[in-house]
Ligand binder design. Structure first.
Ligand code: HMG
Length: 392
């Protein structure tokens, strides 16, 4: 007797970001750099910046709330929170989100970390749980604030953003295909020591490590029976800056010896150009842009196979594929995401630098932070060494 494999994948996907934004043209002007370096050289226009009352919890909760508004919490027994800008060494940030959203007590909440890769690990773990019990749905939240030193080469590649996605059987957006390619290599390209709020990065090394991870994961994907490159209709990459996706696409063409049109990747960059690096969320924000047609393209992607490349410095890489489902358009959220990007307040470089300096909070000093950002969820300060949050 043969059984049809269960279709498991992404049922819904919501994006959130911080409420302030820096124009990279302003940053370039301040630094005396040609703005074309950021716009064309890096492929970035803006970067989201969290206000004092925003962090990975408030952004993650905002994304997840939209998923719950549409689908409720029935069947959710697991919340995975992927981040590399964790707010505590012990408690999962997702536990705060669980409380803010009023999720049932009968839910497990866990935080996953491996630089920008962890949301993909969460999705694969979710697929495993659902294969065992198809009635369950898993809420994956990926939320990060990318922060580098002021005046460093990495500064224009900062950003802040979150996604929440529901993994389920018979998904409305995209089915996860079973074959994935993996590549892990210890490398000092990017990391964040426990005593630092900014990442340590060797920029040039990180770019070549990313490409090596991509071709390594691709080779593993093929060795395990993954489809030929000509059978992939679009490519989504982790986008620390959107030009990185272009570089990776070229590298795959060279590696496989197959010409790959730039359009196959270009339509994934519309949101990340405006949000900046959102680490764990970045790949899934690229996916949202593609499905939403945020690049101004309204191709019907029904049945299209999307190649997804997830990279986390340090490093772990995975290449896998999704197949877009009939009727997916009814489940996308393009208008919502465009509205939240447009609603951000522009801050000047001085104000952004002040916010950057406030990133480090000494937990031994109680502080009260008045809700200031327009969002529903707020970081309200520290008391008794614990971070506090409010809703409304
Ligand atoms: P840089 O020093 O600004 O690099 O650092 P550059 O001088 O080589 O310039 C960048 C590009 O701008 C070049 O294009 C220049 O030619 C171009 P490319 O040769 O690369 O195609 N350029 C111009 N273009 C048009 N008009 C001009 C002009 N001038 C120059 N006037 C770097 C760039 C990305 C290294 C830096 O921003 C950095 O260190 N960023 C942080 C690290 C990073 O994002 N790495 C990416 C790969 S690792 C990764 O993705 C993981 C990560 O997300 C973390 C995680 O996993 O957790 C970071």
């Amino acid at each position: 007797m043969t059984t049809t494999p269960l279709a498991i994948g992404i049922h819904d996907l919501a994006v959130a970001t911080a409420s302030s934004v820096v124009e990279l043209d302003d940053l370039a002007a301040r630094a005396g750099i040609d703005p074309a370096k950021f716009r064309i050289g890096l492929g970035q226009e803006q970067m989201s910046v969290p206000g004092q009352d925003e962090d990975i919890v408030t952004m993650g909760a905002a994304a997840a709330q939209r998923i719950l508004d549409r689908h409720g919490a029935d069947g959710i027994r697991t919340v995975f929170f992927a981040t590399e800008t964790g707010i505590d060494q012990s408690r999962a940030a997702g536990v705060h989100v669980h409380e803010l959203l009023g999720l049932p007590r009968s839910v497990r909440v866990v935080e996953l970390k491996q630089a920008c890769y962890a949301a993909t690990a969460a999705m694969q773990a979710a697929a495993g749980l659902i294969a065992r019990n198809p009635e369950e749905r898993v809420l994956v939240i990926a939320s990060d604030v990318a922060r580098y030193d002021l005046d460093s080469a990495a500064e224009p590649t900062q950003g802040a953003g979150a996604v929440a996605f529901l993994v389920s059987a018979d998904p409305a957006l995209a089915v996860l295909e079973p074959i994935g390619g993996l590549y892990t290599a210890e490398i000092d390209d990017f990391w964040r020591p426990n005593d630092s709020v900014t990442a340590v990065v060797d920029g040039k090394l990180s770019v070549s490590a990313y490409i090596d991870g991509f071709t390594g994961a691709w080779d593993d994907f093929r060795a395990r029976g993954g489809v030929d490159v000509t059978e992939i209709d679009r490519f989504c990459h982790h986008q620390p800056f959107t030009k990185m996706a272009v570089k990776a696409h070229r590298a795959l063409a060279e590696h496989t010896g197959v010409e790959l049109a730039p359009e196959l990747v270009a339509l994934t960059t519309g949101y990340n150009r405006r949000i900046g690096n959102s680490y764990t969320a970045s790949l899934y924000i690229a996916l949202a842009a593609l499905l939403d047609g945020a690049g101004g393209n309204d191709d019907d992607l029904t049945g299209a196979r999307i190649g997804m490349f997830s990279y986390g410095s340090g490093s772990v890489s995975e290449f896998f594929t999704l197949v877009v489902q009939p009727g997916y358009r009814a489940a996308t959220r393009g208008d919502e995401t465009a509205a939240l990007l447009d609603a951000r307040s522009r801050v000047d470089v001085d104000s952004y630098r002040e916010l950057h300096a406030l990133a480090h909070r000494d937990s031994t000093v109680d502080v009260e932070i008045a809700p200031d950002s327009p969002g529903e969820f707020h970081f309200t300060g520290i008391t008794g060494r614990a971070r506090r949050y409010s809703r409304g």
